[in-house]
Write a new protein. Structure first.
Length: 133
């Protein structure tokens, strides 16, 4: 099943449409790679999808185990390398402080999140750093 349609709009910009919902995202090349940086770059989306996937899998884990999941917020830091140009490191700072979990629950939920599909896809290719608060 096809997931998305991506159209080149010119000037290093694309429009990505999710075929199931019609939701659209614009991407733009970053300043350090000839772009205007007026939207997420494709590599920004990769890094950001890691945080989103972690939270989604944590939510699924909590839902399946009857654990209240009230709050999560993350900041994403992406590091680029050259030759070849690629993402070399992603740092996720994840604040889970609004959940009031005991230590055992917290460890289980975090472990579930770190095993998300995006993390598993990136591991071995990108240095992943998780800072949990």
């Amino acid at each position: 099943m096809k997931t998305a349609r991506v159209s080149y709009l010119g000037e290093l910009r694309t429009q990505c449409e999710h075929l199931g919902s019609g939701t659209k995202i614009i991407t733009d090349a970053p300043l350090d790679n000839h772009g205007k940086a007026e939207a997420f770059s494709p590599t920004d989306l990769v890094a950001t999808s890691l945080a989103s996937c972690i939270m989604t899998i944590m939510g699924i884990y909590c839902q399946n185990h009857g654990i209240a999941f009230n709050a999560a917020e993350a900041t994403v830091e992406k590091h680029m390398a050259s030759e070849p140009r690629r993402i070399s490191k992603i740092v996720i700072d994840l604040d889970l402080s609004g959940n009031n979990w005991d230590e055992t629950t917290k460890k289980k939920v975090i472990a579930a999140g770190k095993a998300c599909p995006v993390a598993r896809t990136l591991e071995g290719n990108v240095d992943l750093e998780f800072n949990i608060h």
